[in-house]
Design a protein around this ligand. Structure first.
Ligand SMILES: Nc1ncnc2c1ncn2[C@@H]1O[C@H](COP(=O)(O)OP(=O)(O)OP(=O)(O)O)[C@@H](O)[C@H]1O
Length: 258
């Protein structure tokens, strides 16, 4: 279970971009985060794996408080958080298998990684997952020889090789054509069920969020203002999520504070 309580993020001395957020994700649900540009969606995901340092508040993953971890403990906790990126973040000159095995980096020795001496069980697992997502025949191909959809499948397998307790996806389909985008969303949904994994997806495409996710969280300027099933996301809720400006929101904040 992921339990976020009273999370605040402020970059430098600016206004907070996450304002006392509470969010709990239990079990294997697929949750999308929607909201206008600048609402804080990426910041929220990046606080969870500490690519961004939260200013205050608590983030617990299956009982482990993530915000206070350092060094070795932080690295161990990060292994349990798989991340899928918009731009795939693959190493182009490495093969698909090498990219996929980089998901095991935290688990095997540096020597084994440098010498590409992957444990047999990791190779077996990589093939299982690559078969599952349809890229096993590309195992020895360089990553830069693949299409966008194939590259994102490599990104998904690499994240799953971490044996994660949660999967975070930051605009995973934003660089893909509509058909491929739907395939990747379907894959994330199906894998969540098969692997009993909660998946949290930052996504701009509301239609895909409605089709492929179980729950939609709507953010507006650092706050969660909608959290419900896709069916409940009506026009009124959409207007609230996507209307206004940070300036208007700041006026509301000032009123609340006074
Ligand atoms: N490294 C940073 N330093 C300063 N401000 C930042 C930084 N990263 C993000 N911000 C600001 O934080 C706010 C939220 O940004 P964030 O990227 O989380 O929003 P988002 O909802 O993911 O937007 P988008 O959909 O456009 O990616 C924005 O006002 C942005 O300018």
């Amino acid at each position: 279970m992921l339990k976020i309580t009273d999370l605040v993020k402020r970059y430098g001395k600016g206004d907070p971009v996450l304002k006392n957020l509470d969010l709990t994700i239990e079990g294997e649900s697929v949750v999308s985060i929607i909201g206008s540009s600048g609402a804080g969606k990426s910041t929220l995901l990046r606080c969870i794996n500490r690519l961004v340092e939260p200013t205050s508040g608590s983030i617990e993953l299956n009982g482990t408080e993530l915000t206070t971890l350092h060094g070795r403990e932080l690295r161990a906790a990060r292994r349990k958080i798989g991340m899928v990126f918009q731009s795939f973040n693959l190493v182009d000159r490495l093969t698909v298998m090498e990219n996929v095995q980089s998901g095991r980096l935290g688990y095997i020795s540096t020597w084994a990684a440098v010498m590409r001496r992957y444990p047999k069980k990791d190779i077996r697992r990589a093939y299982e997952l690559m078969e599952r997502v349809g890229i096993a025949h590309y195992a020895d191909k360089r990553a830069d020889e693949l299409s966008g959809g194939e590259r994102q499948r490599v990104g998904v397998v690499r994240a799953l090789m971490q044996d994660p307790e949660i999967l975070l996806a930051d605009e995973p389909t934003a660089s893909l054509d509509p058909k491929t985008s739907e395939q990747i969303m379907g894959l994330l949904r199906d894998l969540a069920g098969e692997l009993k994994l909660p998946v949290l997806i930052n996504i701009h495409n509301v239609t895909e969020a409605k089709i492929y996710t179980d729950r939609i969280v709507g953010m507006r300027y650092g706050r969660i203002i909608f959290d419900d099933t896709p069916d409940s996301l009506d026009q009124e809720a959409m207007d609230q999520i996507y209307s206004g400006s940070p300036h208007a929101d700041r006026k509301t904040d000032m009123k609340e504070a006074s």
